[in-house]
Design a protein around this ligand. Structure first.
Ligand code: SAM
Length: 212
């Protein structure tokens, strides 16, 4: 479920770290403050973390350096290979996704950056219900991703990308499942979390949810 975009990452894996460094003009704003965003995610989590959609392993590396135990989950074989080059044997990298992953007993934090938009809203709802069952009181979900205050803001972002000539970005914003903050807030509250959102650039917010 939710794996329909992984083909894109087989190719993108080769240049992904150049993109996050700001070398791809279309995506420069999306990845603005990338390192700071990852550092901020690390500062909010603790204990044993499951990280979904690790890509080339940039966040995983920071989590390991901060002393966390990480179960790293990534569906794209090419991304897993890149992450393995970076992380070597510091942690296991599992073939899986937001639904298929080792269901560990003691999980403190569920983490992801730039990946939750690969699930549509029905799938997002199912995923949050599963994570709610896994986490104990005080456990956290911390996701950084593109999200919007309203559907109108999302539509405007697509128009802005088109008028800047950023057609890949416009296509990405139109075809993947970018959602709204009120929607995320509702599903988290329904599943027993408190949640806050912090804006990181004109696309990305950090969503920090804590299990009550
Ligand atoms: C834009 S990259 C982000 C990589 C990394 N987290 C980062 O912040 O740089 C999105 C990642 O999500 C992965 N992905 C795509 N669909 C997924 C799914 N259904 N479950 C988990 N990860 C998924 C992709 O393979 C890719 O590695």
């Amino acid at each position: 479920m939710g794996r329909e975009f992984i083909e894109l990452f087989e190719e993108w894996s080769k240049s992904y770290d150049d993109t996050v460094d700001g070398h791809n003009l279309e995506y420069r704003e999306v990845f603005l403050n990338y390192e700071r965003i990852l550092d901020s995610v690390v500062s909010r989590v603790h204990g044993h973390a499951i990280e979904f959609g690790i890509g080339t392993g940039n966040l995983t590396e920071k989590l390991l350096n901060a002393g966390l135990t990480v179960t790293a989950v990534e569906p794209s074989p090419a991304m897993r290979e890149k992450a393995f080059e970076k992380l070597q044997h510091r942690t296991d990298i599992v073939d899986g996704d937001f639904f298929e992953f080792p269901k560990l007993e003691n999980v403190d934090s569920i983490i992801s950056t730039y990946a939750f938009h690969h699930l549509n809203d029905v799938e997002k709802t199912k995923a949050i219900a599963i994570y709610s069952q896994l986490l104990k009181t005080g456990g956290k979900i911390v996701f950084a991703d593109t999200m919007y205050l309203t559907k109108e803001h999302h539509k405007q972002a697509i128009l802005d990308a088109k008028s800047s000539g950023y057609h890949n970005l416009a296509n990405d914003l139109s075809t993947e499942y970018y959602t709204t903050i009120p929607f995320l807030e509702d599903i988290l509250k329904e599943n027993g979390f408190t949640v806050s959102f912090d804006k990181c650039n004109s696309f990305v917010w950090i969503m920090e949810a804590e299990k009550l």
